[in-house]
Design a protein around this ligand. Structure first.
Ligand SMILES: CC(=O)SCCNC(=O)CCNC(=O)[C@H](O)C(C)(C)COP(=O)(O)OP(=O)(O)OC[C@H]1O[C@@H](n2cnc3c(N)ncnc32)[C@H](O)[C@@H]1OP(=O)(O)O
Ligand SMILES: CC(C)C(=O)C(=O)O
Length: 561
């Protein structure tokens, strides 16, 4: 066994495991998410405060318009006591933002009197805004940031709650309240409960005006199951639970914010705060788009409109000046694309089966969601490189050019494409695959034979047809004649005589095709000759002629030039 690197070997002395929650009768593992939570976007606050260049009015307004269009009913629009930009934006939302009746604007404030006063100034005239106040409660922050014991920290929250309740009364009511024991994940559960209950005692929430307790994973510190235990424990133990909206605010430090949120919802949370595609401090807030689409793909209406994911991405990238990686769930450039052969084959078959089944149920291997449901197309589902197989090549030729290659031709042509992708070591665009097919099977530049024309006539017995064809053989015009039951049969007879070798049709298929501006037909012909089997293809406006061209094409592929 190899020795750990010295830094890694220090793990046990430098870091400690997160303690488990004593909750043997936990209920969340056997529950399912059946309804959407209340969603609150914090893009304009937590997302914004993490940006290299925070948004100005223009970018904020654009983000706000998107969030409204996505049907968020709660949006944290800023920290109005922190900066003039944030203050002005709150005023703009109230005065010009076109806030729908059913929407509450939310603002964040620390438990500091001067900041609370300024916050209320910013909210004048807002309809049922949410005043979100917070203070840090974790053991570490109590010790190193605030230098206070539990009672001191609780007093900060209680004093702020009192001031906020009084200011709200003075302003004539109509406010909603949210309290966050910030750094909840670093706080002992009994203290989180104590401080929340103390705040509730001041605010006195009712069923009509419920108090939001937001339990933030300010830093994600544990596995999602422990997060769920914490939420279930709080949900069970909070006083007057019916008058409380229990909210999650997960960050993604361990990369498991989505999982932690989903388990937190199973554990009894009613509400989720997060951001689009997970922008936010450090590794980000929880990604609300992914959460919503995870619900959607489990058959639950998420209550958010995420049906134009590219449009959402565009606004996200403009406002945050951040790019979304190619593999990001549901939205990344490559998430609906398969390069590998077996995936392509299964997707191709799945899409065909879905067409036949004509059922509303989405069942396509490797595609957990129908790309069309989020405004993406099937165009990029399959792309071809050296990992691709015949199914994928057949799919792109079908999807983009309407070619239905017979299975054995798919096998043969795939080998050709594989050689090219191996040589070039990169993706092959569909146009090049199509051009290669046409060059190899249809146009055949430099080939020995070229079809020119033919006529058929009957002679004597009406069941026999005589085919007289004109061909170029190494550039020289030749006439060939044969007999048969039909044009194909007669032409086969004629070309067999001309070559002086045995030939027969092993397989034949044909379908119509739109090539250029003309409707035409394509024929695929597999011929058996002394040395084996070979495919040819022919395209012509006349279906019979396309099949004779396909015979010539197949012959060209085994005769010497
Ligand atoms: C996890 C989160 O995302 S919380 C949200 C964090 N967001 C932000 O901080 C963005 C906006 N903030 C700001 O612009 C500034 O921090 C301001 C304007 C709010 C305050 O600025 P300043 O007072 O100049 O400085 P600063 O933020 O360093 O203040 C820290 C002080 O506030 C105290 N404090 C911090 N948070 C809180 C709180 N929630 N409630 C009460 N006091 C708090 C600290 O203990 C510290 O006190 P001290 O000065 O006695 O040591
Ligand atoms: C203010 C709180 C909710 C916060 O942003 C956090 O804890 O991450």
């Amino acid at each position: 066994m190899s020795q750990s690197a010295p830094v890694m070997a220090k793990a046990a002395t430098k870091y400690q495991p997160y303690p488990a929650v004593d909750l043997p009768d936990r209920q969340w593992p056997s529950r399912q998410i059946e309804t959407a939570p209340i969603w609150c976007s914090v893009d304009l606050r937590d997302g914004n405060q993490a940006l290299v260049d925070p948004m100005g009015q223009d970018r904020k307004a654009r983000m706000f318009a998107l969030l409204k269009a996505m049907k968020f009913r709660e949006i944290e629009i800023g920290f109005p006591s922190a900066s003039q930009t944030d203050f002005d934006f709150v005023r703009w939302c109230i005065e010009e933002g076109g806030v729908p009746d059913e929407m509450s604007l939310q603002v964040l404030v620390q438990c500091r009197p001067e900041l609370i006063t300024r916050t209320f100034e910013s909210l004048e005239g807002a309809q049922r805004p949410i005043v979100h106040f917070y203070n840090s409660t974790s053991e570490l922050q109590r010790r190193v940031v605030f230098g206070k014991d539990r009672a001191g920290i609780r007093q900060i929250a209680v004093d702020a709650a009192k001031m906020i309740a009084e200011m709200a009364d003075k302003a004539g009511g109509g406010f909603r309240f949210e309290y966050s024991p910030e750094s909840f994940t670093g706080t002992e559960l009994d203290f989180s409960l104590e401080i929340c209950n103390a705040v509730a005692e001041v605010i006195r929430p009712t069923l009509e005006n419920r108090l939001i307790f937001n339990l933030p994973a300010t830093v994600e510190m544990s596995t999602p199951n422990i997060h769920a235990d914490q939420i279930e424990w709080m949900s069970r133990n909070l006083d007057n639970r019916d008058a409380i909206i229990l909210s999650l605010h997960p960050h993604n430090d361990r990369g498991t914010a989505v999982a932690a949120t989903e388990l937190g919802l199973l554990a009894g949370a009613d509400r989720v705060e997060g951001t689009l595609f997970g922008n936010g401090e450090r590794t980000g807030n929880v990604d609300l788009v992914t959460l919503a689409l995870n619900m959607f793909t489990q058959g639950v209406d998420p209550g958010l409109d995420v049906s134009d994911i590219n449009g959402i991405k565009e606004v996200y990238e403009y406002c945050n000046q951040l790019a979304i990686p190619e593999r990001h769930p549901y939205v990344g450039e490559l998430v609906y694309t398969a390069f590998s052969g077996s995936h392509q084959d299964a997707i191709n078959k799945g899409l065909k089966a879905a067409k036949v089944a004509n059922s509303p149920l989405w069942e396509v291997p490797y595609l957990p969601i129908d790309p069309k449901d989020v405004g993406r197309s099937y165009e990029a589902i399959i792309r071809i490189n050296s990992q691709s197989g015949k199914g994928g090549i057949a799919y792109v030729l079908q999807a983009d050019y309407g070619l239905n290659l017979p299975r054995s031709l798919q096998v043969e042509f795939r080998e050709d494409i594989q050689r090219i992708t191996d040589d070039e070591g990169r993706e092959l665009p569909v146009k090049r695959i199509y051009d290669r097919f046409v060059e190899r099977y249809v146009d055949q530049p430099g080939a020995r034979f070229e079809y020119v024309d033919h006529i058929t006539r009957t002679e004597g017995q009406k069941t026999q047809r005589i085919v007289e064809a004109t061909m170029l053989d190494r550039g020289q015009e030749v006439q060939i004649v044969g007999r048969g039951t039909g044009a194909i049969d007669g032409f086969m007879d004629a070309i067999t005589r001309h070559l002086g070798t045995d030939l027969s049709v092993a397989d034949y298929s044909e379908h119509s095709l739109q090539r250029g501006s003309n409707a035409s037909a394509i024929s695929y012909m597999e011929l058996e000759h002394d040395g084996g089997r070979v495919f040819g293809a022919g395209i012509d406006q006349n279906a019979t002629t396309s099949s004779l061209r396909a015979i010539v094409s197949a012959v060209n592929r085994f005769v010497d030039n």
